[in-house]
Design a binder for this molecule. Sequence first.
Ligand SMILES: [Zn+2]
Length: 293
Amino acid sequence: MLTIGVDVGGTGIKSALIKVGDVKCADTYEILDFSSMPTQASEGSEVVVRNIIKSIERYDWQKCDLIAVASAGTIDWDSGTVTFATATIPGYAGTELSRILTEYFGRRVVVINDAVGALIGESFLGAGKKAESVMMFTIGTGLGGSFLAEKTLDANSVIDTKSGHMTLHEGGRKCTCGKAGCAEQYVSATALKKYGNDNLYQLFRSSDAAEKKVKVEFFKDLARVICESAGQYRPDLVVIGGGVIELSEYWWQNFLKEYKRKCDVPIASASLGNKAGVLGSVYAMANGAFKNQ
Ligand SMILES: [Zn+2]
């Protein structure tokens, strides 16, 4: 069957036309077409919703059996409504995304959190295929964290760990959520750009002393966030994804040295790249994860 998966991040909206054979079989998920457009997050909720619609209309959606969206923000599993969102997308909290899209397209459209979508993608179709419980961190505009307790798909087995907003440095940098010292103010592409170098490729390849220090702090902070969260949830495997992992060849080995000093939980970088969210949301919907949306 033909499906459309959408992944709404703080910077870009990715969408894909995905062919699915046997819904439970990882090998039958084939991306036929993939595209990306700017989210225009700062323009607010209405513009973002309009862009989500555009990202679906790129494809012949009338011919598709399923449309599934993974979105930034805290998403209620039963209603597909955004129940919490930071100031990155003004006015996004309270948006009844599933209802709006279902009405617009005249067919069922389900919505889950983007970090959860990526987690499901990596757990069932990617790096975590062989692990029973997987914890994932998505390092992008913000820091997403999620945990799949066992290989079942329902609201109870998937946990949004909200790791991005755990307090990492008491009284530290101000966060978009209103608190101070949150992890995502240190462990995110946004933080690396702000305090290191606007160009992350240059930052990770740089031997400049100040930029080196930013990287060392980033490795330490990331290792700490993972250790604390893994201590709480005890996963079989930790998977790291998000935009920053696309540059992993320049930093992953150095990070592992720091990580292994602190934590012994097996760790892997995401294997689906920036396609984990679109694949995960479609996989979840195809496998009947949403009874009420
Ligand atoms: Zn915060």
